[in-house]
Unconditional design. Structure first.
Ligand code: ARG
Length: 587
């Protein structure tokens, strides 16, 4: 049980014993840490319905809750706030418990089914770029957080691999290499195993053909026709499409590997293709869809909408399916997998799309009413000019190149700070990689999810300030303290009551984890954990300055301090891991 839950429970019982609403017993961390550690404001809210002065109620609550084994001081402040200070022995016991608990006080949460996190969302024929940074990092952190919180999580990349773009690419491929066997309807196979195009080729081909089909309706028709034939299973097109898929997947997978991001499912739009026709039949039979000039739509507007929500188009009059169609079929698929909650970590610009799809899912009965379908949007990564990030020559920065840049910046920083100087080259490279990724991930995740931020590698890679490298350095220093102690044959022991302010402050900081984690889950917002990692390191640094561990003469106290150091390290490493950040052994 978390410390706040424990304290709130005690106050709730006190309110209840006075005939008052136990919910008023909620205890929070004090917003005046100079005066108190915690506070309870319930007496103020109780005053009116009870027709009593809040100060009197507070006095009664204090008498009812008082327990010298738990509280060192309970004082009324202002009109009826209760300021709370804990007994040091009680704090020591809580910390000793915490040190033995691998959930760090967090009570596991669950749902009656699976939680799906849809994030990353790259497309065939496109290398990942800086725009993929936020969905990837936020989505990965959320999958880690939800999993640790106790949920049964599945992550899925939802690869964009099935729209008209695929037909366009096939058309362009034929234009460029007409002699390839993929276009010959009589070719009996087998098709070549190596892709005739690289991802670079595809990246160049796609805009060219997209522009042509946009300008010329006849070309657009051909692309639609090619898409249809692909979707209907024309062997040469399928084989060619598979090459597109493979080269795109391989490059993107390499980027995700570099970022340390793993998906449970690499499903895509194509995965649900065979589901669409039966789903549409069901929807039509159920009366959830309307025919409109040969097309099939679902009306999703509600009477109390404040903005216009157009119908979701499920099938065009030529029989083609759309982005929304595959998204609906994907929900169908996910429901079958046992998903009860699906979070879509996707750019805010797609919010109308998801509003339409989710409404349609409920309206057509594809998703049961109890399903949680939620779009988790995020802000934009901007350049120094405050506009969406561009390279110096005005292009989009590839994720691969960005990772390379941040790694070089990290090496430079290590040199400047004279860190890891005489380590073997391979280890140094490994450290630089971790520092670089920590810089990038913390620079992103420390921002409010929905805010835009400026990508500033200079600031992100600094070892000073609220940065990934600063936190890594903090964690590595804690490791080295424990190593040094071990060399002196000193090991962590049971944690006892704090004696010094900075020690007590660190202890109380470490008890906050359950609430921070829950807030991160509830708000789908890793920035709360990011902030907490910084708070832990700050509290630890103060403690380390105030308590001279290796010189301490009282052996129990010294062992307790080392126990606290060890607990701090384990919790900090967990918090960083939940942000997707790895700590090197040394630096
Ligand atoms: N591939 C899409 C895009 O580039 C993002 C996919 C998001 N997920 C989803 N289920 N629609 O915009």
């Amino acid at each position: 049980m978390s410390l706040l839950t424990d304290l709130s429970g005690r106050f709730a019982a006190a309110f209840e014993s006075l005939g008052l609403d136990p919910a008023l017993g909620a205890v929070t961390v004090s917003d005046r840490p100079d005066l108190a550690q915690f506070q309870c404001n319930g007496a103020l809210a109780a005053a009116k319905p009870a027709a009593r002065a809040p100060g009197d109620i507070a006095q009664d609550v204090i008498e009812a809750v008082a327990d010298p084994a738990v509280f060192a001081a309970l004082e009324i402040a202002g009109p009826g706030f209760i300021n709370i200070k804990l007994n040091d022995d009680f704090i020591g016991r809580r910390l000793a418990d915490l040190a033995r608990d691998d959930r760090f006080g967090h009570a596991a949460r669950s749902t009656d089914g699976k939680v799906l996190i849809d994030f990353g969302g790259p497309n065939v024929a496109k290398a990942m770029h800086v725009g993929h940074l936020r969905p990837s990092l936020i989505g990965d952190s959320l999958q880690r957080v939800f999993r640790f919180a106790g949920y049964d999580v599945i992550s899925d990349i939802h690869f964009g691999d099935w729209g008209t773009q695929m037909g366009q690419l096939i058309m362009e491929a034929e234009l460029r290499k007409p002699d390839l066997p993929y276009f010959d309807i009589d070719f009996a196979g087998p098709y070549p195993t190596d892709s005739p195009f690289t991802l670079d080729d595809l990246e160049e081909m796609y805009p060219a053909v997209a522009a042509r089909t946009k300008a010329d309706p006849a070309e657009a028709d051909r692309a639609r026709q090619a898409t249809l034939e692909l979707q209907q299973g024309r062997p040469g097109y399928r084989a060619l499409w598979q090459h597109f898929w493979d080269v795109s997947h391989d490059a993107q997978k390499r980027d995700f590997d570099q970022l340390g991001i793993v998906f449970d499912l690499w499903h895509g739009e194509s995965t649900v293709h065979d589901r669409v026709a039966p789903m549409l039949r069901r929807i039509q039979a159920g009366g959830g869809a309307t025919e409109d000039a040969g097309a099939l739509i679902v009306e999703v507007a509600e009477p109390d909408d404040t903005k216009d929500i157009p119908p979701l188009l499920l099938m065009k009059s030529d029989g083609g399916y759309l982005y929304g169609t595959t998204d609906l079929a994907t929900i169908d698929d996910r429901i079958e997998m046992g998903v009860v909650e699906a979070l879509y970590v996707v750019d805010a610009r797609q919010s109308l799309h998801f509003e339409q799809v989710f409404r349609a899912a409920f309206k057509t009965g594809v998703a049961p009413e109890s399903t949680v379908l939620e779009h988790v949007p995020f802000g934009t990564v901007n350049g120094p000019d405050g506009k969406p990030f561009k390279t110096r020559v005005g292009g989009v920065l590839r994720l691969h190149d960005l990772i390379g840049q941040v790694r070089s910046a990290a090496i430079k920083r290590l040199d400047e700070a004279a860190l890891a100087i005489d380590y073997p080259e391979a280890e140094r490279r490994e450290i630089a990689k971790k520092v670089g990724l920590a810089a990038l991930k913390y620079g992103d995740l420390s921002n409010n999810r929905t805010s835009d931020y400026i990508l500033d590698l200079e600031r992100f890679t600094s070892f000073e300030g609220k940065t990934g490298p600063y936190l890594l350095y903090g964690a590595v220093r804690i490791k080295s303290i424990l190593r040094k102690a071990a060399e002196l044959d000193l090991s962590p022991g049971p944690i006892i009551a704090p004696g010094k302010d900075a020690e007590r402050a660190l202890m109380l900081e470490l008890t906050r984890f359950p609430e921070v984690l829950d807030r991160t889950v509830d708000l789908r917002a890793p920035n709360h954990l990011a902030e907490y990692a910084y708070d832990i390191v700050t509290a630890f640094n103060r403690f380390y300055e105030a308590c001279h561990i290796l010189r301490e003469e009282d052996a129990d106290r010294q062992a307790s301090w080392l126990g606290l150091v060890d607990l701090t390290l384990r919790l900090l490493a967990l918090v960083l891991d939940l942000l997707g950040i790895e700590v090197p052994e040394r630096m």
